[in-house]
Ligand binder design. Structure first.
Ligand code: SF4
Length: 293
């Protein structure tokens, strides 16, 4: 399988080689369990049925999940097993199936989602990605995904290059988001849980409020109330950036975070999720110990 599924366009055969995402042909999963720290209409009371895929097509220097993003942990699973996991999560009472960092396995996941739709699997499917996607790949998910939950990390190419090695992040992510909103922008929330919709996450980086403000402005002017914007303050400085990127080796201050949230309010963003100071803790990272795999 020659892989060009994401904007990296490695063009390699994943049967025999690994691309930038670090993954071969078979899906690897590090955890499948209810998760209670997503946005309120996603986690709601019983949690979101998260499936954490190993590997990632972004190479964020500040990654909090490095142990799984390098694709070295987790367990290889088949498409049949993934579908079984969906059912097992459903029996635990979760409100949705939340595919976390699925982009590099899109090809392998599509048949499973087709089966879920054909068999009328009752829970919404959430596509929870870093946002660095090809619009043409997202088009193939039309009718298979109910909720898009992408990050929107950068608008400036120099920042995207410095922190994620992806200078074209905005160019790719903005086109992909257009397609996500086209598919699921007509939001449906039923009894407190989202059944269809788009929530765009933006993580505020220390010292980068100007760029965050540009992003909020862009998202609001382009999509208005067709999307929710989740403004996140949970950036955690990891030791790995201490020497290489010292400017982001600190937490986001309350003043910085408030500046971004106040701006969103000021321009009339109504559908927003904001976080309180307690969220910036590593304890929100679940153990990637193959639970539920
Ligand atoms: S999914 Fe992986 S191998 Fe395929 S193009 Fe993207 S980074 Fe390269």
């Amino acid at each position: 399988m020659i892989c060009n599924i994401c904007p990296r366009e490695c063009g390699i055969d994943r049967k025999t080689e690994k691309g930038i995402c670090g993954c071969g042909e078979n899906m690897r999963i590090s955890r499948a369990a209810p998760h209670f720290w997503e946005e309120p209409p996603i986690s709601y009371k019983n949690g979101s049925g998260t499936v954490f895929f190993a590997g990632c097509n972004l190479k964020c220097v500040f990654c909090q999940n490095r142990e799984i993003s390098r694709c070295e942990t987790g367990k290889e699973i088949t498409a049949d097993r993934l579908y079984e996991i969906f059912s097992e999560l459903k029996s635990q009472g979760v409100h949705n199936i939340n595919l976390v960092t699925p982009t590099h396995y899109t090809e392998q996941i599509i048949p499973v989602l087709k089966k879920a739709k054909a068999e009328k699997f009752p829970l919404p499917i959430v596509w929870n990605s870093g946002g660095y996607e090809k619009a043409e790949t997202i088009k193939r998910l039309d009718g298979l995904v109910d909720i898009y939950l992408p990050d929107f990390k950068y608008i400036r190419s120099e920042t995207a290059l410095r922190y994620s090695g992806a200078a074209d992040y905005f160019e790719q992510a903005s086109k992909a988001l257009d397609e996500m909103v086209r598919q699921c922008g007509n939001e449906v929330i039923h009894r407190g849980t989202m059944r269809r919709g788009v929530i765009v996450r933006h993580l505020v980086l220390p010292g980068h409020t100007e760029e965050s403000i540009e992003i909020i402005k862009y998202l609001h002017s382009r999509y208005g109330n067709r999307i929710h914007i989740s403004i996140m303050n949970q950036y955690t400085p990891m030791d790995q950036v201490k020497n290489t990127h010292p400017e982001i080796y600190r937490r986001v201050t309350e003043a910085e975070y408030n500046e971004v949230v106040d701006f969103a309010r000021h321009i009339g963003v109504e559908k927003a999720f904001v976080q309180d100071g307690e969220t910036a803790k590593e304890s929100f990272i679940p153990p990637f110990d193959n639970t539920g795999v």
